[in-house]
Ligand binder design. Sequence first.
Ligand code: C5P
Length: 211
Amino acid sequence: MDGPSGSGKSSASRGVAKALGLRYLDTGAMYRAMTWWMLEHGVDPADAGTVAARAAEPEISSGTDPDSPSIHVDGVDVAGPIRGDAVTGAVSAVAAVAEVRARLVAMQRQIIGDGDIVVEGRDIGTVVAPDATLKVYLTASAEARAARRNAEVAGSTVEAQQAALARRDRLDSTRKTDPLSMAAGAVELDTTALNLDEVIAEVLRLVKERT
Ligand code: C5P
């Protein structure tokens, strides 16, 4: 499942994995974990050379249970801190570095193994698992995405969320390495007017069609 921030990927992917008894992998959390480590070690996320040189250092481990997704860096539980403003503001710069992507994509392929997993991200259908049984590209209007994010974050406004999402979308879809784009053979699902249960039901229908 690929798509921009706020398209509903996380909730939908977890819901589908739970419904089908599959594993679940949040690849965005891995880019966030790498970014958290860079910030902790005083690396400037805008300094692509240093980010590249140190990309092999953090020990990142991701759990694959959709009921309790977990993410650790060097043994530290970073599930909370990776959702903070510092990481969210820096992650697109770190994720644009080719060495970061090469390392995390290799880890993701290892976790995926023979499949039986729902994976969410930006480049899953295009790069990480182009042979996936089903590729879904989730979209939603800019307003709907900002409203969803705003509901999750205290003390923000829809306008501020919309500006932040637009910035991240621009960085994620214009970077040189593996930019966000819809994979060949992906099914586009616009979630603007759908609630979570409807999105999950539609994805389950698509899975059934193909298996
Ligand atoms: O999905 P989430 O918003 O947590 O992802 C955080 C960031 O990680 C994205 O904005 C993007 O820069 C990066 N990312 C990526 N490739 C993925 C998943 C996330 O570049 N497969």
